[in-house]
Design a protein around this ligand. Structure first.
Ligand code: SAH
Ligand code: SF4
Length: 368
């Protein structure tokens, strides 16, 4: 969070609003595109360094505007290359961002809210409750930080090739701030990512899935986690408002609007809760012959939670059964174990932060 000033925060503004801002200070709208290139493509947040803007304009910007970047509280580097950042949210709770490098891509997992109100039974973010929505600046700022800190790949590409909204919070519950961020991620004047490389993950806010289909058709992942309403009501309480049938209908509408692009269904594997072959059959029946892929997520435990992770063997059998039924099914690899960077472990409380701050130096030294 930035300190309150009278200056206009230009970070996270969609192009149209940035153009309006330049017009309001007596400048041409195309200055917005120049500024976006400096900030998002070159990672420059200091107006003074924007050398193709006149000195007069740079002065004007300095006095009337700012690029309000969140304060990085902590960076942890895992032995496997995963990086986790904690940003201050100003409210005692921190916000987390995780980078996961792989041979062919680099995925940045970003947060959309401080905490989450949806209270899924197996999620550390849900367990900490809801504090507030992140602003567009605070969300895109996570990408800015990662892009400016991480070295480029050996072939010259940016380290981050994919963005997933799978950090803290429910992105479709912060819709107003999500849309400008998505615009910047795919804009040629900002990060220029393909829509397929940006994934919004939702536990199923049906009306906003429909809106998203019209506003910014990025890739969609849906946290299903149970193949029947009775079980899903317990695991993902928003199901009581939007039951599976309604949720799936909205998914198929979403896919149909975009030439049947596949929807990914996330399914956390909880021992003896949702991991039997009968559950796999029920799940297959829901998704068969639809543009659907299933991603099984081994449950990541956290303090104070009773669930257990299904065994590797159970997960393999479950996946095999889905494949036998003709579905595309994969199992997520767990990364960044040594820094608690996995899905559902992002809780980022201040008390944790103080504790991990001491551990941080050790981790960094260990990886040189
Ligand atoms: N709120 C959104 C996005 C953030 S959560 C959503 O629910 O989709 C990202 C993913 O992590 C979701 O699929 C979520 O269900 C999963 N997840 C939450 N807690 C987890 C845990 N403890 N172990 C494994 N996955 C978890
Ligand atoms: Fe919120 Fe997603 Fe966690 Fe559910 S799984 S509590 S929607 S962050």
């Amino acid at each position: 969070m930035t300190e309150a000033t009278n200056k206009k925060n230009l970070l996270g503004l969609p192009q149209s609003e940035l153009e309006q801002f330049f017009v309001s200070i007596g400048e041409k709208p195309f200055r917005a595109r120049q500024l976006m290139q400096w900030v998002y493509q070159r990672g420059v947040a200091d107006f003074a360094r924007m050398s193709d803007l006149s000195l007069k304009l740079r002065e004007k910007l300095k006095s009337s505007a700012e690029l309000g970047l969140s304060k990085e509280e902590l960076r942890q580097d895992s032995a496997d290359g995963t990086v986790k950042w904690l940003f201050s949210s100003g409210s005692g709770q921190a916000v987390e961002t995780v980078f996961i490098p792989e041979a062919s891509r680099g995925t940045l997992c970003i947060s959309s809210q401080v905490g989450c109100a949806l209270d899924c039974a197996f999620c550390a973010t849900g367990a900490q409750g809801f504090n507030r929505n992140l602003s567009a600046a605070e969300i895109i700022g996570q990408v800015w930080h990662a892009m400016t800190q991480l070295p480029r790949r050996p072939n010259g590409d940016a380290a981050v090739s994919n963005i997933v909204f799978m950090g803290m919070g429910e992105p479709l519950a912060n819709y107003r701030n999500l849309i400008p961020v998505l615009e910047l991620l795919v804009s040629d004047w900002a990060y220029g990512l393909s829509r397929r490389r940006v994934t919004v993950s939702t536990s199923g806010i049906v009306s906003n899935i429909d809106k998203l289909a019209d506003d910014c058709n990025v890739a969609l992942a849906v946290s299903l986690h149970a193949p029947n309403d009775e079980l899903r009501n317990r695991l993902v309480p928003i199901n009581k408002m939007h039951p599976i049938r309604d949720l799936l209908d909205s998914c198929w509408r979403y896919a149909a609007k975009h030439s049947n692009r596949f929807i990914t269904f996330e399914y956390v594997m909880l021992r003896d809760v949702n991991d039997s072959l009968e559950h796999a059959d029920q799940l297959a029946a829901l998704l068969e012959n639809k543009p659907a892929k299933v991603n099984l997520i081994p449950f990541n435990s956290f303090k104070g939670n009773e669930f257990k992770r299904s065994s590797a063997e159970t997960i393999r059998h479950f996946q095999d059964r889905l494949r036998e039924r003709g579905l595309v099914a994969t199992t997520r690899k767990t990364r960044g174990d040594d820094i608690d960077a996995a899905c559902g472990q992002l809780a980022g409380k201040v008390s944790d932060r103080v504790r991990t701050r001491l551990g941080e130096k050790k981790v960094r030294l260990a990886v040189g």
